[in-house]
Design a protein around this ligand. Structure first.
Ligand code: B12
Ligand SMILES: *[C@@H]1O[C@H](CO)[C@@H](O)[C@H](O)[C@H]1NC(C)=O
Ligand SMILES: *[C@@H]1O[C@H](CO)[C@@H](O)[C@H](O)[C@H]1NC(C)=O
Ligand SMILES: *[C@@H]1O[C@H](CO)[C@@H](O)[C@H](O)[C@H]1NC(C)=O
Ligand SMILES: *[C@@H]1O[C@H](CO)[C@@H](O)[C@H](O)[C@H]1NC(C)=O
Ligand SMILES: *[C@@H]1O[C@H](CO)[C@@H](O)[C@H](O)[C@H]1NC(C)=O
Length: 418
């Protein structure tokens, strides 16, 4: 019965074609358009000449309609010139989509990614759903460029994802849905039912899982996964979720969070902006990039900036490694005094200065500084280990360079597995 229903849905969907259906109730009200413009301007102005150009920003700019054409050109040129040999499959995929959205032909990158993915296998039998995010982007990019050759790779991806879906992750589910929707849509007419059934089944499973993550206020997962989850929902997936989705409620809550300043990290803007413009990564191959005249965005009246506070707060900071098999076990706590309004990174630096046991290392990523090592214990992708940051018992949903601790907050860095 379920199979039958699924089949009917897929026929309906196939007839609907690829056009993106957006309910009119789900666009940004014109009164809030300046707010959306302001985060786009913030994102574009974060771009500087760099050895690590961020392809996600270029994709978002091109889907939204770029304001700063110089920045658009800078990113395009840097991505064209960048050495792709050291990139992960996910980074390569974003680069390919970014260049395509800028009307460039990244032919060599596509064949490199194709080769990488032909040899792809999950890093271990219990890989963890998070490690499917990058390969999901790879399937999405390959599907847009070379659909038929992607089918067997996507089938392998779908099967191993299915075996690793628990515990679920909204961001990864959203990317996988976009990828498998693209692939499903490109199955040649008259091909075996095998692919259709496999992709349909996995899609149904993920779409239902995502719909269980919809909170009463419309947030899907957390505020930083909502943009990707909305893309999934805005694109015409061959399956319909069990639960109805009130797009307007999600939109209102997100606009409110933007107003609160929660979207200041450029990467967070790059991931929310397409949805606010009714676009998804499936629109990348259809971007019209005939040179536009430079449009000047309407911006909101500047809110007065809060002056930096003269007084200090105390943050209680614990570093904890109880992971068996890791030689050095420890659980130490320090009280640190920092200026009110400081980001967590300042707390870590202050702790390191007071006690060398708190020494730590970071690496630069698309989201900013990631803490890779504390007290000589380093994260390891092959073991799925990392340093998780918590406030009390709740994991933070921002990194150390963005999160602003409050007075007497207890922050823990816990070495754990995903
Ligand atoms: C996979 C993943 C991880 C993995 C990365 C390692 C791996 N093996 O892939 C692990 C588990 C380590 C991780 C950790 C954290 N993550 Co994370 N992560 C993701 C996820 C699902 C996909 C990233 C990815 O693969 N991108 C694709 C590749 C091609 O791009 P990339 O630039 O090369 O990806 C790298 C960076 O994204 C970096 N990274 C991953 N997470 C984070 C978080 C921060 C703050 C920084 C600076 C970098 C970073 O690791 C990736 C692989 O090297 C994203 C979801 C999303 N929407 O982007 C969340 C996401 C980026 N993570 C997030 C968070 C909050 C964290 C943590 C701070 C959680 C915590 N409470 O500790 C920690 C980082 C703490 C620290 N040590 O500094 C948030 C960031 C939101 C924000 N506004 O800052 C996201 C958006 C999830 C969400 N919806 O809340 N994460
Ligand atoms: C790229 O990788 C090679 C070998 O893996 C390494 O020697 C080189 O330093 C890396 N280049 C960059 C820019 O990271
Ligand atoms: C982007 O990719 C699609 C799919 O391969 C292709 O049809 C389109 O021409 C590309 N756009 C540009 C500008 O190269
Ligand atoms: C770590 O130490 C704190 C007190 O400093 C204690 O409350 C906590 O239970 C300890 N945790 C572990 C895992 O030992
Ligand atoms: C206040 O915080 C700063 C770091 O932000 C630190 O250098 C300074 O010592 C602190 N002052 C006091 C009185 O603790
Ligand atoms: C810290 O990590 C350990 C090891 O993975 C885990 O057992 C423990 O539950 C974690 N503590 C918190 C507060 O998440």
């Amino acid at each position: 019965m379920a199979w039958f229903a699924l089949h009917v849905l897929s026929i309906l969907w196939a007839m609907a074609g690829t056009s993106i259906q957006i309910q009119s109730s789900c666009s940004v009200p014109s009164a809030q358009q300046p707010l959306v413009n302001s985060i786009q301007v913030l994102m574009e102005s974060s771009v500087t000449s760099s050895d690590f150009p961020n392809p996600s920003i270029l994709i978002a700019m091109n889907l939204a309609g770029a304001y700063n054409l110089e920045v658009q050109k800078l990113l395009t040129d840097e991505l064209m010139a960048s050495d792709t040999n050291n990139l992960t499959a996910g980074q390569l995929a974003l680069t390919i989509m970014a260049l395509n959205s800028s009307c460039q032909d990244p032919e060599n990158d596509v064949s490199l990614l194709q080769k990488q993915m032909e040899n792809w296998a999950p890093s271990s039998s219990n890989a963890g759903v998070l490690s499917f995010y990058g390969p999901g982007l790879a399937i999405l990019a390959l599907c847009q460029k070379n659909p038929e050759a992607t089918l067997p790779i996507a089938a392998r991806f779908a099967k191993s994802l299915m075996a690793n879906l628990s515990p679920f992750n909204t961001d990864t589910g959203a990317i996988a849905t976009l990828a498998l929707t693209c692939v499903y849509n490109k199955i040649p007419a008259g091909s075996e039912e095998g692919y259709r059934n496999l992709f349909g089944q996995v899609l149904k499973y993920i779409v239902d899982d995502i719909s269980t993550r919809i909170e009463d206020n419309g947030i899907i997962g957390n505020i930083y996964s909502t943009g990707l989850a909305m893309q999934q929902a805005l694109s015409v997936t061959p399956v319909q979720p069990n639960k109805e989705w009130d797009c307007k409620k999600t939109m209102d809550t997100i606009l409110n969070e933007i107003q609160q300043g929660k979207f200041h990290n450029p990467m967070s803007i790059a991931q929310i902006l397409p949805s606010l413009k009714g676009k998804t990564y499936l629109d990348v191959p259809h971007v019209n990039c005939s040179p536009d005249h430079e449009v000047q965005p309407t911006l909101p009246n500047e809110p007065s900036t809060v002056p930096t506070s003269p007084y200090n707060i105390t943050v209680i900071y614990t570093i904890n490694n109880q992971l068996r098999g890791v030689e050095l076990l420890f659980n130490v706590t320090i009280d640190v005094s920092v200026k009110k309004g400081s980001v967590l990174l300042i707390v870590l630096e202050e702790a390191q200065r007071k006690n060398p046991m708190f020494k730590f290392e970071t690496t630069m990523t698309s989201w900013g500084l990631l803490v890779t090592s504390i007290n000589n214990i380093a994260e390891n992708v092959n073991h799925n280990t990392y340093w998780q940051f918590l406030s009390g018992k709740t994991p933070l949903n921002e990194g150390v360079a963005d999160y602003v601790p409050f007075n007497q907050e207890h922050i823990t860095a816990n070495f754990t597995q995903y």
